[in-house]
Write a protein that binds this ligand. Structure first.
Ligand SMILES: *C/C=C(C)/C=C/C=C(C)/C=C/C1=C(C)CCCC1(C)C
Length: 265
């Protein structure tokens, strides 16, 4: 009873703070410039901002339905979409008002949300096994190499090709860890069937879902296309990739969390 009340209180608190953040944003938004009906990149920024807000509310509220450690996983999913939603409001403004690519907001968002996604991997495994914390640190290092590589390329500190290659190496290292390293062994040896299948789906997301980002970078900087068109493709591709990797990823976690919780009830 008391436990239940506490959990409800936490839920209400999370919801209230999420809505607070969402409601402060319009004050910064639309600095006199409005979205044009033919600005499809801008439209995609708007759609995804809203989808991220809705997902945040969903993940936080659904905490009520799951037990124990799974609540943490849903909290982290909600934080990923919350942090991204706030950044999307700013990115949308930069794009709609100036037509330029919001690189710095994009990477600040990734710098927070990608490690949170790595924590999800770690949490889903630790919900069922004892997991050495080294796994988490190695995934984090891979992430940093990948993102720093991408940023110095996109922000113009280093030429786009070498920066891209460094970023790719970081990502390959993450793939190695989850396909052949310790994380994958723990999963194969100790995890129950539906955690294993969630782990496998998450792996596919990190392989194919994440592969969309270097494609975006490629179309943006390496394809030699007209610069205006390149920036449109870059932003559309990154935006779509975020729907898959933040919202769909969270939904996978939600479905395992609810299934595992039902078993225990
Ligand atoms: C929520 C945001 C996510 C999951 C962002 C993921 C970003 C990447 C997987 C970026 C990867 C890149 C490379 C693999 C090469 C260099 C360029 C990057 C940074 C776009």
């Amino acid at each position: 009873m008391i436990k239940n009340l506490k959990s409800r209180f936490i839920n209400r608190y999370l919801m209230a703070s999420a809505l607070f953040f969402a409601s402060t944003i319009p004050a910064y938004a639309s600095s006199g410039v409005i979205l044009q009906s033919n600005d499809f990149v801008g439209i995609s920024f708007w759609l995804i901002s809203m989808a991220l807000v809705a997902s945040t509310a969903f993940f936080f509220l659904e905490r009520d339905r799951v037990v124990g450690k799974w609540k943490t996983s849903l909290t982290v999913s909600g934080l990923v979409t919350l942090v991204a939603a706030v950044h999307y409001f700013y990115m949308r403004d930069v794009w709609v008002a100036t037509g330029s690519t919001p690189t710095v907001y994009r990477y600040i968002d990734w710098l927070i949300t990608v490690p949170l996604l790595m924590i999800e991997f770690y949490l889903i495994l630790s919900a069922i096994a004892k997991v050495p914390v080294g796994i988490f640190w190695r995934l984090l290092i891979g992430t940093l190499v990948m993102l720093v590589g991408g940023y110095v390329g996109e922000a113009g500190y280093v030429s786009v090709w070498p920066a891209f290659i460094v970023g790719m190496l970081g990502w390959f290292y993450i793939l190695y860890e989850i396909f052949a390293g310790e994380a994958s062994k723990i999963n194969a040896n100790q995890a129950p069937a539906n955690v294993q299948s969630a782990f496998k789906t998450m792996r596919l997301i990190v392989t194919f879902g994440w592969a969309i980002y270097p494609l975006g970078y490629f179309f943006g900087y390496l394809s030699g296309a007209d610069p205006v068109e390149s920036m449109k493709s870059l932003n559309i591709v990154y935006n779509l990739a975020d729907v898959l990797n933040k919202i769909a990823f969270g939904i996978i976690i939600w479905s395992v969390a609810t299934a595992e919780s039902e078993k225990l009830k």
